[in-house]
Design a binder for this molecule. Sequence first.
Ligand code: PEP
Ligand code: MG
Length: 776
Amino acid sequence: MSLNGKGFTARVSQGDRVAAGQPLISFDADLIARSAPSLLTQVLVTNRERISGMTVATGLVDAGRSVILDVELAAAAPVDGAPATEATAVSADIRLPNRQGLHARPAAVVAAAAKAFRADIRLLRGADAANAKSVTSILLLATNPNDAIRVSATGPDAAAAVSALAELLACGSGESEAAGPVPAAGPVPAAGPVPAAAAAPAIPAAATDPRRLAGVSASPGVALGKVAQVRRTAISVEEQGAGLERERAHLDAALARARHEISVQRAANSGAASRILDAHLELLADPELIDLAVAGLARGRSAGYAWREAYSSYAARLEALASALLRERAGDVRDVGGRVLGLLAGVTTAPLEFVPGSILIADELTPSETASLDAGAVLGLCTTGGGPTSHAAILARALGLPAVCGVDRAALELEDGTAVLLDGTGGTLLKDPDEAEVAAARAVMGRLAAQRQSERAAASEPAATTDGHRIEIAANIGTAEEAVAAVAHGGEAVGLLRSELLFLDRDTAPDEREQAEVYRAVAAALGRGRRLVIRTLDVGGDKPLAYLPLPPEENPFLGLRGIRVSLERPDLLRSQLRAILTAAALSDVHVMFPMIATLDELRAARRILAEEQAGGASVRVGVMIEVPSAALTAEHLAREVDFFSIGTNDLTQYTLAMDRGNPRLAPLADALHPAVLQLISLTVEAAHRHGKWVGVCGGLAAEPLAVPVLLGIGVDELSVPVPAIAAVKALVRRLSLRHCRDLAREVAGLSTAGEVRARLAQFGKQARPAAAGAGS
Ligand code: PEP
Ligand code: MG
């Protein structure tokens, strides 16, 4: 129903200043009721914190006479000693600079920034409004580049909120103006660029062939296999609830459980998958989504029923938007929603399992289903829904699986076991391919597989440059399973065991025995011939521990973090060191202290280690270089350690004074900034003067652009996530140390991260043909 304003009278005009309590609009309820198709009218009560009680009338009412709801206002409570205010502030028009409007990532940046304020904040575009603290609400505003947006806030910090958000929006909400669309909550999809929509088919086929079902390329490559239709068990939930309180507690518990599950998955993932999981965590905290579910509970629905109604309605609204990029976020809402629903219904969502050689056909695959696929059994993915920027597509590219989305719905009718040829590059599914088509597909697959295979085949070979310089490629891991995977993927050592993963997401600290078991399992997986660098507990800052309450700090990243926590709680450090020492006989164990800023910290930690060793097992000792003071005094530290490992993630944040977790700063917090590279050089020079080796275990080590310059600077070891090992090794083998050294010298004279990146990109291109020749 649209009344086009009939029956409503505005009491204020756009741009007017208004005071708390001033009427903004009046309306003729009778006229509206008579024009309405239904007299069921939703009454929304906001500012619940200011209401102490409500009495709802029941039975028949008389228009214009009956009172349907009595609201008792609570006595106004002063906030932080200040008088309660309900100030409202509104910004001027802001033109959105984002090339794709406020899509997922800028929406997440805005929502995160808005949550820092107590005020209720809305983004306004004409008559449309969105809750600035809700990603889904911002997405549903379906903004376009250059849209005029106003920020309006009501609450004690309204003015500050409006000014901060207006500035954020005007600056692109964490995206530079030139930035293209980024589908996930991170700056760059690690799994490679979105395939061009009009890519030439890998296997030519007649467009009119009825066996050929057209779709869109989501992940390149070709697969020959048998159809496996994805069938899921429907989750049924009771409509009627067992009372608001019980159902609310049930919903809260499921949301908390889902948050825990995703956080655990998040800790074990990197790259594209981790950014998708970040976006899912943001959705779980979306106030609009939760409010809608709670409204369902208040109507007597069960938690499962109300939650499913809430997320399905949000997903449906996203699916109805014109922008493909925004439509594809519906898949994420359904994925997170389905996870919580499964928990509410007590249905465990087991990973999908298929016979080897399967090509999966589904209307939609959720990102978590895609992430949990057995890549050994599944050869390709084909969905009738989704798009090339969906998170499932990003994950398919990360897994190296060809994928087609938006395919003709006739694909859902194909019988299990039907032979099909999936052309992920051309975006088609061909039923019952003939011999010639199979032969053509095999030739393409052979060529594509050769490169990947040669990398994998050479994974266990050392990484030496064309002029014979060896560099060690190690793995960053968190568990014993990952240690096994690291060895299988050619990892020559573990350069970083993040021991804190053992301590996070639990209610009590792991005891010495439990820790020892884990360290021993990792050490046994590596064996005596491989080095195992165990980093002692690195918590604080962004990694709080529930059972280790640290005093609240204004600047936690500059407070009790890393080694400072261990020195404050030597009991924890001592038991961890004792547990580590039990693994010393099984592998070449090295102990590494994190966040060392001063020589005194190193000496204090070493003293404790010496006391715990007490003439027993001996281990080598190193420190992470991730604070500028450590890099600048590396000369002194080098005398008292066996090795350094450079944590470029923290070194970048502390050198550039840019919070590593602030998405708005993500494009600027560049580890290839000349200042960071200079600190890496200083560290390497100091270590080598004292005959000590230097690794890099921060994210920079796995960046293909950075590998040549790190080699040129003289780094001895690169410690990277397990899936990156074979590719980094292959890259090293294509480089010449002489050229890398020249490059490092040249780059040292550059003044900005942009200049460094441009030069490194140029080097990458020049090096490719020569490298290919040298490698063959
Ligand atoms: C780093 O800071 O680069 C590092 C490897 O440590 P973390 O990312 O765990 O802080
Ligand atoms: Mg660090």
